[in-house]
Design a protein around this ligand. Sequence first.
Ligand code: FMN
Ligand code: 7N5
Length: 315
Amino acid sequence: MEGEPVNVNEFQELARLALPKMYYDYYDGGAEDQYTLKENVESFRKIALRPRILVDVSRIDLSTIILGHRISAPIMIAPTAFHKLAHPQGEVATARAAAASNTIMVLSYMSTCTVEEVASSCNAVRFFQLYVYKRRDISAQLVHRAERNGYKAIVLTVDAPRLGRREADIKNKMIAPQLNNFEGLISTKVDHDEGSNLEAFAKGTFDASFCWRDLGWLRAITNLPILIKGVLTREDAIKAMEVGVDGIIVSNHGARQLDYTPATICVLEELLNHETYALGHVLQTSLFRLFTLLEEKFLFSLMEECGEEQMSSRH
Ligand SMILES: Cc1cc2nc3c(=O)[nH]c(=O)nc-3n(C[C@H](O)[C@H](O)[C@H](O)COP(=O)(O)O)c2cc1C
Ligand SMILES: CCCCC(=O)C(=O)O
């Protein structure tokens, strides 16, 4: 590729050239037939811009407030695992980028830098993403460490009772790096030489029995706000609000979990268009053209003002 990238899509090709195939495929791939992955991309492309003219745009302020934290635009860094597979500085570099961009970073439970390393690296506002292990004591320890180290919310990912069937990882026999957060607690090594080691690791450790009633456990061990990540239906959005979580994140996990779910951006539209759902905070992790889908004002209002308040009157 000639010169510096000028379009974000160019980074993908640079990554493909730079990374070992096993890691590139891990970052790049979706689950099974990758139907939803294609839909995620195409549904965004179908959203056409509708520019209004002769508006004073000499001063633009996209800043908004998420759970009380002002950020420069309604775009946050979603939790993604294993940053050191791509760069030796791992999540510390990502956190510094979040600080420089004045946005929030959600640190993955499966990070390669520790909760403490990321916390002490810069002043970015950080949330902590949680997977619940069968060994609940380990997950509880991580929540406590996040709280002690100034993370501002827990993002409970609920769409991965089992890891999605990622066919490239199966072929590559994807191996997870050892995670320093779990040193002395749990190892990512599995006694398994077939298929994706990562999938085998998740199968052995993730608590597939975790359900709505277990949210009480999480509520009891932390005072931090709790967001549920992975909501894809109206029914579950209602339930989440009923059980009193502090927000939901509409997501199909970048199409890496269940294939043949709708594109995230389409679900977001469905949830916001239904009067019941304009309660609490609705965040979305792939925000590039989100403004065009929703009335700008509505999105900002939702994030800034909504809190506990009913927003259905805005529709
Ligand atoms: C390489 C990679 C790793 C990911 N790791 C995590 C993770 O550790 N925890 C998590 O909750 N989501 C993880 N995700 C999902 C993202 O947080 C995010 O949901 C997704 O990239 C965007 O899809 P969405 O718009 O449907 O949310 C990962 C995604 C990618 C591409
Ligand atoms: C067991 C690792 C899970 C990380 C993750 O969420 C992903 O790869 O999508």
